[in-house]
Design a protein around this ligand. Sequence first.
Ligand SMILES: [Zn+2]
Length: 266
Amino acid sequence: MEGRNWFHAAGILWPLLVEAASRRETPTYGQLSPSVQTNPLSMRWALDPIQRYCIESDLPPLSSIVVGAKSGLPGTGFIGWGLDDIDTAHQLVFDYDWSQVPNPYEAFGVSDTPDSLAQSLIEQPEKREEIYAKVKVRGIAQTIFKRALVLAYGQQCAMCRLSFYQALDAAHIIPWSLATPSQRLDPQNGMLLCTSHHRLFDCGFITVTHDGLIRYCDPDMTDGHYSTADKNMTASRHGKKAHLPSDPTLRPSREALEHHYQRHGW
Ligand SMILES: [Zn+2]
């Protein structure tokens, strides 16, 4: 659907769904659609960000309580639960304490999408704290951070250039739990890595130097048997140039890398 910012609509719907859940009600698409100025058939687009957030965050399927007026069931686009057992989903949603979950889309203005915010992270570093203040919810911040790094790294792993979107992670160099608010969304505190290199990086087996070269902890492969794949992913990469953004203001910062070296005793 073009021309509509459904993230903004999702931010309006979230508290309405939470309220309905607390009253153990199942509003219809038609009852909720006026609140986001759309028609019942397009409600699926406004509910989709909520559905995805619940799936990614392991929450009960909040959007399942919105149903068709005739069927009493969630309609096309709902994938959060089996329709043959929707009562169980509703019970889970009704019984859940939603007051402890902040509205993930609350601060999305009429023109804010994860992509527009990712673009701002890349182009307007001074706006990072402002953007973080908008999207404090970790799942949403992580989505925006990944999209920003995908742009900065041309959708390729910094270590091996793998480019499958689903197999790429936005790795934090200074971990999320230790990072300041502005570091949490700072591309200079991140690296786009495939899931394997992300794990190896987080364990401190592999890193990059200040000059942008890949460093592996056992380049001579003395520590046990290496399969061909092991070697290709690690020792063979040692000393090679990492695939980093051409813009130096988007590359890992000296401060963040020092933090990584110290944590892992490099
Ligand atoms: Zn990789």
